[in-house]
Design a protein around this ligand. Sequence first.
Ligand code: C5P
Length: 402
Amino acid sequence: MQRLYRKRIVLGVGGGIAAYKSAELVRRLRDQGAEVRVVMTSGGREFITPLTLQALSGHPVHLDLLDPAAEAAMGHIELARWADLVLIAPTTADLMARLAQGVANDLLTTLVLATNAPIALAPAMNQAMWADPATQANRVLLQQRGIRLFGPASGSQACGDVGMGRMLEADDLAQAAADCFERSLLTGLHLLITAGPTQENIDPVRYITNHSSGKMGFALAEAAAEAGARVTLVAGPVFLPTPDRVQRVDVVSARDMLTACEAAMPCDLFVAAAAVADYRPEVIAPHKLKKDPSKGDGLLLQMVRNPDILATLAGREDRPFSVGFAAETENLLEYATRKLRDKNLDLIVANDVANPSIGFNSEENAVTVIDRQQHETRFSQASKGHIARQLIAFIADRFHQA
Ligand code: C5P
């Protein structure tokens, strides 16, 4: 399995002899499925050429903070945001000192201050430099701030000394990078998700729909992609941008949604966050319906049941781990538990759409997840993005226990 599938790694290369191993590291990271962008310090460039790392990473190497061409292509703030992990290998004693002090006097140190991604350092230096109290104090400070250290290892050094300070080998560093994403419990799995309302046509100009904005489903799709899943998002008519790294299929009606979901099978997990119309007009009038005085003031629309997408997928032989949503205005937990049983689900996410500060069209949500043992787990009110990340972690956890 590619443990770094679609992970975005900024590899910082400092100025040490171990920089020759960085070329191999780029290859190992890419073998594991990662996308790699390289940032070099001026010292790093003395030991290995940007051209080598450009050829291996498949992207131009970022060198200078004040290079207008590089900034126009992908600026340092953009690069800091792009990263899922910043790995600096080799990290020299000087880099450790600058990072410990929060100095931002080149592209790499600036990027470290600007990123929210986890940061990992692979120290590489002479054993006496590593043992020096100044370096050790910097190490402690950096670790206290949550920065991870990969190594160093002990052994013979390029300078002829023997001791602690050797950079880990490329393979070990790639594995350590993958370990940083262990929480990405969905790596390598296919997650199919429905979102938004469906639209059921009455005639060429009119339709029946509901208030679903699709925000919760889109936030879940984004969180699942961040957690390493390959995500297929089948979306009803909504006005939302496609989250990064998500394969989107736009549909209109419930029947289209079912067809798109069946086409996307097989999947490991299915999350049905769409508010699917239960009924549709039996016939779609070929022309705009006219007011008909002979029929009085009323209009009778014959409606028929739509297929239940969730129950259909959860009933298949190659059934995915299935998660439903129950948006209710009353008897929330009772109705949700009944749906979990009737639709043969693993989990159901109940949300109270009668409360105007959560649910349909609002920015926030609060939900209760119910499992087959009727155990309830509550996620209190927060932004839909926050709830989505919590839900995806919970779903992933239960998927792996199943
Ligand atoms: O029965 P109800 O519509 O309340 O069930 C809600 C859950 O079932 C949601 O997860 C929704 O996405 C899913 N559903 C579906 N197809 C339908 C109706 C609901 O997938 N036709």
